[in-house]
Design a protein. Sequence first.
Length: 748
Amino acid sequence: MRPEALPPVESYDDPLAQKEFVAAPAEGVREATLILDRIRCAACLWLNEQSLRRVPGVLRADVNFTTQRAQVTWDPAVTRLSKILEAIRAVGYDAYPFDPRRGDALARGERRRALWRLFVAGFGAMQVMMYAWPAYVDAGAGTLSADAEALMRWASLALTTPVLAFSCGPFFRGAWQDARQRRISLDTPIALGLAAGFAASVWATVTGRGEVYFDSIAMLAFLLLGARTAELFARQKAGRDLDRLARWMPSFALRISGAATERVPAHMLAAGDRVLVGAGERVPADGVVEEGASCADESLLTGESRAVLKPVGAPLVGGSVNLEQPLAMRVTRAGADTQAAAIGRLVERAAATKPALVERADWLAQRLTVVVIATAALAWGFSGNVWFAVAVLVATCPCALGLASPIVLTRAGAQLLSRGAALTRSRALEALDCASDVVLDKTGTLTLGKPAIARVVTLSGADERHCRALAAALECASTHPLARAFRVAGTTPAVRELRNAAGQGVEGRVDGRFVRIGARRFCAQIAGADAPTADAHVYLAEEGRWLAAFFIEDALRPEAEGLVQALTARGLRVHLLSGDEPALVERIARQLGIARWTGGATPQDKFDYVARLQAEDRVVAMVGDGLNDAPVLARADASVAMGAGADAAQLQADVVLTADRLGALGEVLDVARGAMRLVRQNLGWALAYNSLALPAAALGFIGPWEAAIGMSASSFIVVLNALRPLSRAGTWKQASTSSFPSPSPSYS
């Protein structure tokens, strides 16, 4: 569907229409992904970003060159989505909300137009070469009459005109559009070179004096379009790989209304709706199983196709596949608010941002374009030959420099997503590539995050049952992973003035007495003395006395030891940083072979620990999962959050392990190193080529035809290199059915 067939921008302000593509991640914040049409280079990207950021009420705007989409966040009290769309269209581009099916149609149309332009240029180049060949063969021998030569020139002009008017239209439109915005883009030198060569040849044809190079111009157009078409196909393939979350969400759902069902669009579902999910169908929204029992394939988010048991009360993830039997589910989140949609937006945001190395390369490409145009003007002025200028403009157009990174970064995000890791900020790739230290949290990171009370030691003659109930009442509102061990069914005492002390514990008043649960030193402040038991995980105390010490069991993840060994083998320094008792942290550190460890750390202690490492010029990657880890995750050079961790930790993290599998960290490091290696290779090649081609073309050693071959070959090399494997690790099986035995008790 072309933009002119879309509804007016005002229609996108309808709240009902926005349910499909607008998310509300926080109060007073709206977020959407927009398709941008006619994005051609980094200059277009920059122009759209700046136009969006100037709109009052826009909080963030990032544009991805590879997928040609923008991630926009705005304040609905200040601006509307229609105003944002109008701002983009005001600078000469089209924008509309992203939809995978509409995006596929647009991509097919773009490929079809690109192939038609390439065909016309190739056909024209061959025909023009036929008319130019007699002049080459004659070479001044006089066997070709003046009338015949003039006829050949006019025929070549007639054949070259549609090549420039149709096939090269995007170059000229792009250059004119940028000129109106007082910008120079990668289209500018190409358009100038083609126009100058064509104008000089037309003048020679009309006056009958001088040489014509219609054949070179047509071949130049064909080679340039060939490189751009190859880049288009590579870019769209990378974008499709990145879109698998959005593509796998079903379009319709069977909503249960009384004893009947009705087929409704999936984005029209709301929290509380009951939905029937048939065997073999994808779950249309996030929810909870209310009736039935089955297994689900959640490889959409985890990268692993092992069937997951789904009894009554189990959570269902939108986009996962119900493998065995029909289920009735209660919707908790739908449309743009589902977990898959949220992760998709994070991944899209990552693809729209760039590492510092890539930002410097984009800056250099813009400056190099100005240098190329200036050098072409000087070469023409000193030589008096317009073809010197054409060769400079074509040979050294920094197209390869602009292509060096976007495809690689998009592929990296897609590959990580297929392995159960969502890249939320591309800058993390550069930091992970050069990381020197990895700091690991303990609870929920090295451990499974499923704590259970193994033993209770009562103190001061307290009753164990009362202590358990009191602990459950205090921990009921805590988000700390250890709090899960205390959540039990039954009657608990009422707690007043409940307060969570970050990284220390919880306090409140029960029956008028001040009570605390948490770290030993936190409880000692009201107990008045040190605890008789020194190696417990959690303590309970009230004013003037200790009540109980709780010993918690949280098993280590089976891959924890192997990961530590693998990180050490890579030459990384591994640290264990935890808020648990030092004696417990030391025992875990010794068990895993971690030489550097710190226990009893508060959130501020963790923050300062990472800051000290950075002050020593160390590049730190932090891995955590708890609410208390959010500040230190934000401080680290690269941060990784476990998929089952707190939302605040995931919000601050550069990478989220959606499979909640610690071993995926090694794959993240592999992909980061592979991606940055390809980016550096591409940038190095592009810079080396331009540094050699620029003086050679300016001095006349390279003609326009050779320049076109060199520039196209350079772009082809960069695109092919960008498509090389990012890592040697094997990919995770992705399937809609599972070959594992079913754990479902109701399987038949």
